[in-house]
Design a binder for this molecule. Sequence first.
Ligand code: DHB
Length: 398
Amino acid sequence: MAQAPRILKTKVGIIGGGPAGLMLSHLLSKVGIENIVVEKNDHETIRNTHRAGILEAQAVTMLTESGVDGRVLTHGDEHAGIDLRFNGESHPLDFRELVDATVTLYAQNEVFVDLAAARSRDGGDVRFNCEVNEILDVETSTPKFRFTNAEGELFEVQADVIVGADGSRSFARRQMPDAVKQDFKVTYPFAWFGILTEAPKSAPELIYANSPHGFALISQRSETVQRMYFQCDPNENVDNWSEDRIWSELQKRVDGPDGFELKTGPIFDKTVLGFRSFVRQPLSHGRMFLIGDAGHTVPPTGAKGLNLAFAEVKVLFEALDSYFSTGSDKLLGGYSDLALKRVWKAQNFFYWMTSMLHTPVNADPFMAQRALGELDTVTSSRYGQQYLAESYTGWPHA
Ligand code: DHB
């Protein structure tokens, strides 16, 4: 006979304990809205998954003002600009001067560590290593999901609202019926080869480089660890790349008459990151709401993924707070449309930055020259620089 599940009752059942799910759980608990977070992976797996590292100022404020942790201020590195490099020349953009804003370099795994620690400190109900295998009754006022823990025991979470925060391979998203959903997707003919290296910083600001050999991004993690990426084939195998080959490829892409040289060191992580744009519409169905990568994927250029997720957490949190305090579901009903506006702005920003900075795969010389014309247009005009700076540092939260 099938095992009867143990029942857990709560107000908000959150599927996914990455940064988006944990941030929502933290905000809800602060105003006394009970919630349970169920995460498939264990803490260490998430902690060791390398993602982008740029936080918009608004994301930093969400971490500090909500009392998650101030470590982002002491360990994060505030950046007031980037360097756009093309034709072998540097073009610094000063975000503070252009739009009075900055971003903070603080790796996404650190955000996760801080959030998980805060939930544990505040007695939050977060269950790692638990896999959700069924979502029921989201079209009613008593939605539920079932999960199995590491010991194989079955549980059922009965909630007022369910949130899918379970990442790009979202189980929650897949439960939405065909009749109500629309998916938009694009795949790209290139990817990023990402490395982590023990080396000093090569330059004070991040460098986004367009070169005839392809795009490169020189990013950072700390004074002694650096993150770098270069445009590659999506099927590239990291095992074919020795340290010497990687350094020579990266250096080629930032070479110029100014003699700029990367500071090198031992490489301790190599990964190929695929490029995929995806948007699910709507971001809700009945009493289930999607946040973060569960509802959309933005490829890495411009580092919008986590920032977008946090912006959605804020909108959904306010809607849930209003729902549980007044009984009105007006804000919940507007969640998807409001969130999607920002999603499409981020998709456009990614697409624009990528087409301007990457080398077209068919090596079309016209398109390569056109991109240089665009970079020149942007960097030689204050309006152009401001457009990039405003998008990069983040549009105001709704
Ligand atoms: C990083 C990644 C990005 O996609 C980006 O635009 C900036 C920084 C990073 O991982 O450091």
